[in-house]
Design a protein around this ligand. Sequence first.
Ligand code: ADP
Ligand code: F6P
Length: 319
Amino acid sequence: MKKIAVLTSGGDAPGMNAAIRAVVRQSIFNQVSVVGIRYGYQGLLEGDYLPLEVGSVGDIIHKGGTSLFTSRCPEFKTEQGQIHGMRRLQKNGIDGLVVIGGDGSFRGAQKLSRLGFPTVGIPATIDNDIVGTDFTIGFDTAVNTVIEAIDKVRDTATSLERIFVIEVMGRSKGDIALWAGLSAGAESILVPGVKPDMDAIVKRLIQGKQRHKKHSIIVVAEGVSSADQVAKAITEKSGLETRVTVLGHIQRGGSPSAADRLLGSRLGARAVDQLLAGKSGVMVGVKNNCLVDVPFEIAISENHELSISLYELAQSLAI
Ligand code: ADP
Ligand code: F6P
């Protein structure tokens, strides 16, 4: 393998730059040249390729977003697009590809590897919804961003003795809500897969008021409901006044945490090592702090499960 390409695809995530840097530096360390593909699969199809040197990835490890930019590319979902993409890579003398992204991006990567093009994936999405890895790049930073926001909301909630319903991202999964809700001391956390018990939530709020509790924070994963709907249901059931905060895309930005920089660096180097060892059709991940390889078909399965023990802990600590 003489030349490797790297791209970022789908939703950006803090720590993607650390992974790009590691792919580039680990390749050069192994005397392999490396090309950055800008704008994900769109750039792959259009030939938006950029030779990268050691210095090209200097000064990016601390930056959010992705220095290679990203995109959503419907054309790559077609077989014609995938074959065209593979030919384009081959014409540019590229022998292997590293795809940094989420499950959608891995579906594209899986197609390329099935066509016979050596392809390895690195999980990067704030949602932490990839099977076979304990963490995805960007999740830790997003959780920290949410905690910081909730801490701020709590200041005003306490001052006015208010109830806040805070909506967080996560697509159809609840890891951001659960980890951030628990870490921020939320009274209730609503996550996909656990039927919301509005009566219990309201009862807890009323009991809190009776105990002269000064604030209440309810965290809602976007995959369950909107914060507006939850707030409305609370007011209808109890007459209690609520306020709503939808955190939105601030959760995807910002300087990556130490954990995400470390994960990006470890997985970036591992992806190159695996390509050089002749592997393809796998995502590199981390399990119990050890690096692992996971076939794409497992990584993209819908089986990512929420930690029930963490959910129960959040419930018992919020009494
Ligand atoms: P993420 O990787 O963050 O989950 P998306 O789901 O938006 O993001 O997917 C990113 C890109 O991956 C898509 O725009 C498309 O180019 C490619 N992709 C998604 N699904 C498939 C698929 N089934 N086959 C081939 N490529 C796909
Ligand atoms: O997958 C990352 C994510 O931020 C999800 O949490 C969210 O539902 C989605 O992307 C938002 O997508 P967009 O940036 O296209 O609005």
